[in-house]
Design a protein around this ligand. Structure first.
Ligand SMILES: [Zn+2]
Length: 291
């Protein structure tokens, strides 16, 4: 089994048709190609979303379509097979799974949490996109919508430019009523701070330029010093209090050295005997900037 450090981050992108999933996946592909990273994309129901095959086939990206059903239910075995095959043949740095508009992100993530995929997937996250205009009009909303929203690790109120700014707080309240705890961000055309969607990287945050005063300034990366002997509960409470969207680092807890990975409200602590002593006690956190 690969060490935790070599696990492959996997992002599940969900949301109704028209919520901006494909736009987000395109942006992730472009960013990966610009950074020279190998990104594999599994797209459920390729045809109906009208993805540009030529774009997806370019560079180091690798795309697989799973059609004729839903990856969260009928095609869950096929999803596992495809993920195993991608890992063996393409060795991607990262995997993105774009579900159909009707899929449940939690059910899709279940495939990632079971062997054999659970043995190599790392830092899995479900981002759920919500079309602000659809939400404002109450279109197509129902139990499925509620299930998608409440399963998110990160909620994105997207296409906020298509509604009056005054209604945004009410829209956020409606999402909060369904899911009070998960980080909620606003976006236009699926433009998100990429740090919200990937595991924090200690080296990268140190190199990064200071945040600038436009779209991305709503979130900041900081490194917390964590005292040895902290309990898991205390650590989780501290991250929640900060509103941390992402967290990653090695911590000396009261139960031993742990790799801490926080995605939305989920914080996982796994044994990390191979932790680099130079990184121990440092937790990189992505959190909302203070107003
Ligand atoms: Zn399904």
């Amino acid at each position: 089994m690969d060490s935790a450090a070599r696990r492959i981050p996997t992002l599940v992108v969900s949301g109704f048709l028209g919520s901006g999933k494909t736009t987000l996946v395109r942006a992730l592909l472009a960013a990966a190609q610009a950074r020279g990273e190998r990104l594999a994309v599994v797209v459920n129901d390729f045809g109906s979303l009208g993805i540009d095959r030529a774009l997806l086939g370019a560079g180091e990206a690798r795309t697989v379509e799973l059609a004729g059903g839903c990856v969260c239910c009928e095609l869950s075995d096929e999803l596992v097979d495809v993920l195993e095959e991608i890992r063996a043949s393409a060795r991607p740095d990262r995997i993105v799974i774009e579900t159909s508009g009707l899929a449940l992100p939690y059910e899709t993530q279940l495939s990632l949490w079971r062997p054999p995929v659970s043995e190599w997937v790392g830092d899995d996250m479900a981002v759920v996109l919500v079309n602000a205009e659809q939400l404002a009009e109450g279109r197509d909303l129902g139990e499925l919508f509620e299930q998608q929203v409440s399963a998110a690790d990160l909620l994105v109120l997207n296409q906020i430019d298509r509604v009056e700014a005054e209604v945004l707080p009410a829209l956020e309240e409606r999402l909060r009523a369904l899911e009070p705890e998960v980080p909620l961000v606003r976006a236009v055309q699926s433009r998100l701070d990429p740090r919200l969607l990937e595991p924090p990287d200690w080296a990268r945050e140190r190199r990064a330029a200071p945040p600038h005063a436009h779209a991305h300034a709503a979130y900041v990366a900081e490194t917390l010093a964590i005292e040895p002997g902290v309990s898991a509960d205390a650590l989780v409470a501290r991250l929640r209090a900060l509103g941390a969207v992402r967290a990653k680092g090695f911590v000396e807890t009261d139960a031993g050295t742990r790799l801490v990975q926080g995605v939305g409200r989920r914080v996982e602590l796994s044994p990390a005997p191979e932790a680099d002593p130079a990184l121990l006690g440092r937790l990189v956190v992505i959190r909302p900037a203070a107003d």
